[in-house]
Design a protein around this ligand. Structure first.
Ligand code: HSE
Length: 406
């Protein structure tokens, strides 16, 4: 079966390499023969083994009836959305690794796939090489999923790990992540949580059945985390991780948010270090399931893409039942409605006032703290109520981090 690739960057070139390298084992395991026959990119690749397949014209792929499956590894929404839409309308299956495209246009593209009886699959859009989309949509389909919590951005996890393990400052660790090529040139999407947000929106849409758009979702990154916060976390047997989570609240609304969290050392998520990702899914039958592995990288991400390509080839004549419906009005919860505990670091605080507001608090300690610095963890309450209480005692809060319960 002939495959075209749109976008010959890190992931796209990995897909070409993997399909070519493993064609025999793919044939043996799945009984499909895959061949990359066209690659679209505006750049030239002189001397590249796939140079002969390159084109700069999208029409060469769209109008080639011998191409059954198109891989989109271009990134961004423009022109990827137009290209993918056109391919689906032409009756070609599309496999994408593009989280921005799926998070913002997933519902429209899934509809187009339905209308044209083809598949639009995107395992690689979340968690790189880690199987997440298919396990949620297939293997765990017998469960009612109540919650998903993921460490879904490798760059920010690398930075936090360096701060925790090596005592590096945020700035030093970010510089190292950039030197190692993990962080994007503009690392804002990584460190401010927007990359993780797109990924959790995809998982929330899949788990709860209606499209969740990233716009307006509460998102906090790691750029304000300091080594002082890391030390306080350590003092209560915890580490700080950037957690992207979605949860069905008791009122039926869906909570989606991204923020740093204190994670207890005995949690399955606490040992996820460096650029690794992990995703915890809470099902009513399975309890907590953790999927862990490389969340980015050329061949790891290509592995997820090629898995989807094989799935399309095996299901060439039919569309798989897969995806989600249109967004529903008022389906999302305000993050202030969710229950949580908060770690608070403040200065010039009155311990009596804190105790009378929250009940008897165990205050945290760290070496080298200023005399007027105070840190504590609140009881679990609705976040809105916690914030009202904090306001009512007039605390000068320096740092506020949620405390997770998984
Ligand atoms: N910049 C992303 C990360 C790449 O660091 O996880 C994978 O989506």
């Amino acid at each position: 079966m002939n495959v075209a690739i749109m976008g010959f960057g890190v992931v796209g070139s990995g897909v070409a390499e993997l399909i070519t390298k493993n064609s025999d084992s793919i044939m043996k395991n799945s009984n499909v023969s895959l061949k990359v026959t066209r690659i679209l990119d505006i750049r030239d690749f002189p001397g590249n083994p796939f140079e002969g397949l390159m084109t700069k014209s999208f029409e060469d792929i769209l109008n080639d009836d011998t191409i059954d499956i198109v891989v989109e590894t271009m990134g961004g929404v423009k022109p990827a959305f137009d290209f993918v839409s056109s391919c689906l309308k032409k009756g070609k299956h599309v496999v994408s690794s593009n989280k921005e495209l799926v998070a913002t246009k997933g519902y429209e593209l899934l509809q187009l796939a339905r209308e044209n009886n083809v598949n639009f699959l995107f395992e690689a859009s979340v968690g790189g090489g880690i199987p997440i989309i298919r396990p949620i949509s297939r293997c765990l389909a017998g469960n009612q999923i109540s919650e998903i919590a993921g460490i879904l951005n490798g760059t920010s996890n690398f930075i936090l790990t360096k701060m925790i393990v090596d005592g590096m400052s945020f700035e030093q660790a970010l510089k190292l992540a950039q030197d190692k090529g993990y962080a994007e040139k503009d690392p804002t999407a990584d460190v401010e949580g927007f990359d993780a947000l797109r990924k959790i929106c995809i998982l929330a849409s899949l788990a709860f059945g209606n499209h969740v758009y990233p716009d307006g979702i509460f998102t906090e990154g790691i750029s304000k985390i300091t080594l002082d916060d890391v030390a306080y976390a350590e003092s209560c047997d915890s580490v700080i991780k950037l957690i992207a989570k979605t949860k069905k609240l008791q009122n039926g609304k869906i909570l989606v948010m991204v923020s740093p969290c204190f994670i207890k050392n005995d949690s399955m998520l606490s040992g996820v270090n460096g650029v690794f990702n992990a995703c915890l899914v809470r099902g009513d039958a399975t309890g907590d399931v953790l999927m862990y592995g490389k969340g980015a990288g050329k061949l790891a991400t290509a592995s997820a893409v090629v898995g989807d390509v094989i799935d399309c080839a095996v299901n060439d004549d039919k569309r798989k039942f897969f995806g989600w419906n249109e967004p529903k009005e008022n389906m999302l919860a305000d993050y202030l409605e969710s229950e949580t505990a908060l770690y608070i670091r403040a200065e010039k605080a009155d311990k009596e006032k804190i105790n009378s507001a929250f009940g008897n608090i165990d205050f945290l300690t760290r070496e080298g703290a200023a005399e007027d610095e105070i840190a504590f963890i609140t009881p679990v309450m609705k976040e809105g109520e916690l914030r009202n209480l904090l306001d009512s005692i007039g605390l000068n809060v320096i740092s506020c981090i949620r405390v997770a319960d998984y």
